[in-house]
Write a protein that binds this ligand. Structure first.
Ligand SMILES: CC(C)(COP(=O)(O)OP(=O)(O)OC[C@H]1O[C@@H](n2cnc3c(N)ncnc32)[C@H](O)[C@@H]1OP(=O)(O)O)[C@@H](O)C(=O)NCCC(=O)NCCS
Length: 130
């Protein structure tokens, strides 16, 4: 049985986060679609490093979770999705910041399921003109 733990973000994980955030099958889950260069990632992480945590399975990074301005962002590596990593990360991060919220795309079933199974309720709609 996998044993996960959450560790503080460090420079050695910055590329893991960037690769996962931009990976096909992961990137589409996020509201903003963009390529991120290593340089852009470095700049972003110099500012927000401490907002992120990494989920390790043994020593292997398998996901990340971060909260910026009370807004949760989360991703699990595709080879670990559906194995409880997301649930573990959200439950842990919510202990650290119980008031945080998640903004989720209406068609992101995995993310909606994840947050709802961690006790979040749908509260708002954001409507955009196409
Ligand atoms: C959303 C995401 C983080 C979920 O992580 P995960 O590690 O697979 O989550 P878990 O294994 O803990 O599953 C959580 C719940 O979601 C359900 N779930 C997982 N993947 C699913 C999928 N593709 N479709 C429907 N439900 C799914 C699980 O069955 C589980 O529900 P349960 O507790 O009722 O059994 C992951 O799919 C991901 O990284 N997606 C791409 C990035 C993304 O969309 N991030 C969120 C932006 S708001």
């Amino acid at each position: 049985m996998a044993k996960y733990r959450l560790v503080k973000n460090e420079k050695k994980y910055w590329e893991f986060i960037r690769n996962l955030r931009t990976m096909k099958g992961v990137a589409e889950g996020f509201i903003a679609q963009r390529d991120i260069t290593p340089k852009q990632q470095e700049k972003y992480m110099l500012k927000y490093n401490d907002c992120f945590y990494i989920c390790l399975n043994e020593r292997e990074p398998v996901g990340y979770v971060g909260i910026i301005d009370d807004d949760i962002r989360v991703a699990t590596h595709p080879s670990y999705q559906g194995k409880g990593v997301g649930t573990y990360m959200i439950n842990e991060i919510i202990n650290l910041n119980p008031t945080a919220i998640a903004k989720v795309k209406v068609d992101n079933q995995a993310s909606l399921k994840l947050f709802e199974s961690c006790g979040f309720k749908r509260k708002y709609y954001i409507l955009e003109k196409e």
